[in-house]
Design a protein around this ligand. Structure first.
Ligand code: ARG
Length: 460
């Protein structure tokens, strides 16, 4: 075999520096199972269409099977001028079966080959991400179920806002992840299109059967325009942007796990197996796993921006710039899957300190909204009711007492609409149970959410 496939056109070999600079083998070798799977389908189609002989197809398939084994076992010897995984495999095929190896690349270009590899690979990875999302969702539903009686403070601006069922908080994350699940499912559909047969960019003069290749590789669709096919990396961007949004969600969750486990909050205990100690302070139990999840968000956003920027000025069709899509893509994959797994571990293993959560729920005049609603229900315009209750809170704060500690006369000094039953609306129980709106933080609503979530997860 020749030193380089394109040697015929050149009078001098590539400068070693250029060889190193243009090589992608360092990162694209992980695509090898998909490269071989794709080549196998391609040569079977070539044989069916009588573009190559059946015997030649068999020889190639046998050689490829051996190469797959060598790569699986780590016995494959890469050499210095294996520019990328496609060329490394073809080079090895020549060594094993001789000149007939040269027929494998008939009616194909590395431009459509590389996209086929990435699409096959990303299809598998996306299925794994979807699976991991469901595992995390299940952990959230289980925590919601376990804590279905716990009333907690709900926050806005990180200040006590209104009492909620703690399960409602866990189920909020379930909903976020439900949208991630949708986004990755949609990305999967756009990944799942056969590019092979676009050739370098114009298609081919050989009588290939792209739909047959699609069938062999279980692609429900075949791409429609060869120029778009080889220059399109939208499916990579779909994956990277869905990952960026997912990671943002994981990071928000991680942030809450970090501060909920602080000495100041003490809402939860994180599982020991998902925390680390300090080399100097013996008492420390650090939430590193949550911190690192939060920290990895930067690179996952960065990977999306990297590929968006690489693509932004590219004329049709294939340009070498596109080779730069893989390191960011692989980096996101290698981080998003472990992040999903460890966050699921944290959620599964955490314990809620019910007493502390409940005590906190009582603080900060958290039931004041009920009091304003109480007046509004008795004919006072809500804005006015809001003002009256605001003044009551200020009064209580000045006196250093809670709302339930102000006596009836004290209340009536602010409004004659107040009666003895006002104290009923100040309890936490009343607060959550009286929420009637669909999707609210009441125990009934949460119970429904948990039930629906379990049905959704069961169907998957
Ligand atoms: N290593 C290349 C990539 O990742 C494969 C396609 C190369 N095609 C070419 N004509 N240089 O994009």
């Amino acid at each position: 075999m020749k030193n380089k496939l394109w040697e015929g056109r050149f009078s001098k070999p590539a400068d070693p520096q250029v060889e190193r600079f243009t090589a992608s083998i360092g990162f694209d070798k992980r695509l090898y199972p998909y490269d071989i799977e794709g080549s196998m389908a391609h040569v079977q189609m070539l044989a069916k269409q009588e573009i190559i002989k059946q015997a030649e197809c068999k020889q190639i398939l046998k050689g490829l099977t051996q190469i797959l084994k060598e790569l699986d076992k780590g016995q494959f010897q890469f050499i210095h001028n294996d520019e990328d995984i496609h060329m490394a495999i073809e080079r090895r095929l020549h060594e094993i079966i001789g000149a007939v190896a040269g027929k494998m690349h008939t009616a194909r270009s590395r431009n459509d080959q590389v996209i086929l590899d990435v699409r096959l690979f990303l299809r598998d990875i996306t299925a794994q991400v979807i699976q991991h999302i469901s595992v995390l969702q299940l952990a959230l539903v289980d925590q919601a179920e376990k804590n279905k009686k716990v009333i907690a403070p709900g926050f806005t601006h990180m200040q006590h806002a209104q009492p909620i069922m703690l399960s409602h908080h866990f189920m909020a994350y379930f909903q976020m992840l439900e949208r991630d699940y949708e986004r990755f499912s949609q990305a999967y559909e756009r990944i799942n299109v056969l590019p092979l047969g676009a050739g370098a960019m114009a298609g081919t003069t050989f009588p290939i059967d792209r739909h047959y290749v699609a069938k062999l590789l279980s692609f429900p669709k075949v791409s429609e325009n060869s120029m778009d096919t080889v220059s399109d990396r939208d499916f990579v961007l779909d994956f990277l942007s869905a990952s960026a949004v997912l990671q943002m969600h994981l990071s928000r969750m991680a942030e809450e796990l970090v501060y909920w486990s602080t000495m100041e909050f003490r809402f939860i205990k994180l599982p020991d197996e998902f925390c680390t100690g300090s080399s100097i302070m013996p008492q420390k139990k650090n939430p590193d796993v949550a911190e690192l999840t939060r920290g990895k968000t930067g690179r996952i956003y960065g990977n999306l921006i990297a590929v968006l920027t690489t693509m932004k000025g590219l004329p049709l069709t294939y340009n070498s710039d596109m080779q730069e899509d893989k390191p960011p893509l692989f980096d996101t994959i290698d981080n998003i899957l472990p992040c999903l797994a460890v966050v699921a571990g944290l959620i599964k293993g955490l314990t809620v300190r019910e007493d502390i959560v409940k005590k906190s729920a009582k603080m900060g005049y958290i039931t004041a909204t009920n009091l304003a609603n109480y007046l509004a229900e008795r004919g006072i315009p809500f804005r006015e009711a809001h003002f009256i209750v605001g003044s009551i809170v200020k009064h209580c704060e000045d006196k250093g007492i809670e709302l339930e500690e102000l006596d009836l006369a004290g209340y009536q000094a602010f409004s004659n609409k107040f009666e003895k039953n006002l104290y009923d609306v100040l309890t936490l129980d009343y607060s959550v149970k009286s929420i009637r709106s669909y999707g609210g933080a009441s125990p009934d609503s949460v119970q429904k959410q948990i039930k629906t979530a379990r049905e959704i997860l069961k169907k998957r």
